[in-house]
Design a protein around this ligand. Structure first.
Ligand code: IFM
Length: 462
């Protein structure tokens, strides 16, 4: 069956996503403050081959060329994040006009090229000055984040309507404050639970703040989600899968919907109570305009007595004899369908948007071209599963590919490439991959369909 965007309707949002630290590089701005990632990448052994985001895709200097390329590829929605330390070099206090100017230029160029900007406020690059005070573990982050949010709305809200508060709170609190494998490299249950609770509060309270400052805005937040399956159909594996589901999928959405943290399935979450103040329960709840779900794979889970917290273990994809991406994530397109069904089954769930989906595979350049057949197939299969969910009544309103440019993939450095556009990190040359051309073509058909229906309307009215 030929996959066409027409099946999704004319008001469906199609786009691409990026994040500041992964593409911008420091640029030549001497007014930018340090972020926790600037510091973390300098610690030896934390990042693949000690790569850093110092230059990345040099988007800071090349944004005009890149956004121009986006327009050439018929991409009409661009989700990007604001680097907090470019706006507030010290995290709070005085605003850097240089940072404001940089994002103003991006927004203005997008609008001039008919690309709608979607801003993510926090995609993991906390100002280092705030980490010195404890970062997400310090409850003062609620005030710091409010100041940053209000500043972004004040400077950009005259042209930007679409906001995403956090990118994947489970990942930045889990990897950054429990496992220590992402910035700021902190470990332990107590750090994690404090950071997670403060992130959950910032998520709802910043959304409420945006709405109060800009009532016509479209506000959401984004969650990493995976379809979870037990390894075997045994009571122990089923229980283990439920616990992992509570942690990976339910932890942040349920308090936002007024259901509280999923402590029944995951008793260790009860320890979060010591960070909860009386007024928090109501402050955790907010009626978002949309919920962003980000899906790449599924997880298969078994019971394990070696894991003291969860009594569960994820079975890595390379141990399961399945097709994998360079992240060692199983290629399993049905996951996006299951995740959408699961999220839409909550009462009062606002419209869903897939705010990230994509894959890293080995790309080879032959005669100056990259035929990334696997990535193209991955995208087609995932979009087909999205359509399946939509046709079964799931209220899903958009889809953003992760990502536009090959970029800095956090602890994995530049090794896994997710982009629709290849970046030669020596020369900064951009080459559109065949997946990028396929997406352009897929989106172009939408224009053709719109033109057809317009010409049909004008013929009918004659
Ligand atoms: O690159 C990341 C992104 O920053 C957050 N979501 C998952 C992507 C792929 O790992």
């Amino acid at each position: 069956m030929l996959l066409s965007n027409e099946a999704f309707g004319n008001d469906f949002t199609w786009g691409v996503s990026t994040a500041a630290y992964q593409i911008e590089g420091k640029g030549n701005s001497s007014f930018t403050g340090e972020s926790i990632w600037d510091v973390f990448v300098k610690k030896r052994g934390k990042i693949f081959k000690n790569h850093t985001g110092d230059v990345a895709c040099d988007f800071y200097n090349r944004y005009a060329e890149d956004i121009g390329l986006m327009a050439e590829l018929n991409i009409s929605n661009y989700r990007f994040s604001i680097s907090w330390s470019r706006i507030f070099p010290l995290g709070i206090g005085s605003v850097s006009q240089d940072g404001i100017t940089f994002y103003n230029r991006i927004i203005d160029l997008c609008l001039a090229l008919n690309i709608t900007p979607w801003i993510t406020l926090y995609h993991w690059d906390l100002p280092q000055e705030l980490q010195r005070k404890g970062g997400w573990v310090n409850r003062d982050i609620i005030n710091w984040f409010s100041e940053f949010t209000a500043c972004c709305v004040e400077y950009f809200g005259d042209r930007v309507k679409n906001w995403m508060v956090l990118n994947e709170p489970m990942v930045f609190t889990g990897a950054g404050y429990f496992l220590g494998v992402h910035a700021p490299g902190k470990k332990g249950l107590s750090n994690f639970l404090a950071a997670a609770h403060h992130a959950a509060l910032c998520q709802s309270m910043a959304a409420a703040l945006i709405k109060s400052l800009q009532p016509q805005s479209n506000v959401g937040t984004t969650f990493s989600c995976s379809h979870i399956e037990p390894h075997r159909n045994t009571t122990r594996d089923i229980l283990a899968a439920k616990k992992v589901d509570a942690l990976l999928n339910r932890f942040f959405i349920e308090p936002l919907l007024g259901l509280g943290y999923p402590t029944n399935e995951l008793r260790l979450l009860r320890r979060i109570e010591r960070f909860i103040k009386p007024e928090d329960e109501k402050n955790l709840v907010f009626n978002m305009d949309f919920i962003g779900v980000q899906n790449y794979t599924r997880e298969v889970v078994r019971h394990s007595s070696f894991n003291p917290y969860l009594k569960a273990k994820l079975i890595k994809a390379n141990k399961r004899n399945v097709e994998t991406t360079l992240m060692n994530w199983e290629v399993y397109p049905e996951s996006i369908y299951h995740v959408l069904k699961k999220f839409s089954s909550y009462k009062n769930m606002p419209p869903l948007m897939v705010t990230e989906n994509g894959a890293a595979f080995t790309d080879t350049i032959q005669n100056g071209q990259i035929h990334d057949i696997k990535r193209t197939q991955y995208l087609k299969d995932n979009i087909s599963q999205l359509l399946r969910a939509k046709q079964e009544g799931v209220n899903v309103a958009g889809y953003f590919i992760w990502t536009f440019l090959d970029n800095f993939e956090w602890a994995e450095g530049y090794r896994p490439r997710f982009g629709l556009v290849h970046v030669d990190f020596q020369t900064q040359k951009r080459t559109v991959k065949s997946s990028g051309n396929w997406y352009a073509d897929f989106l172009r058909k939408k224009d053709a369909a719109a033109l057809n229906s317009l010409s049909k309307m004008s013929t009918e009215s004659e």
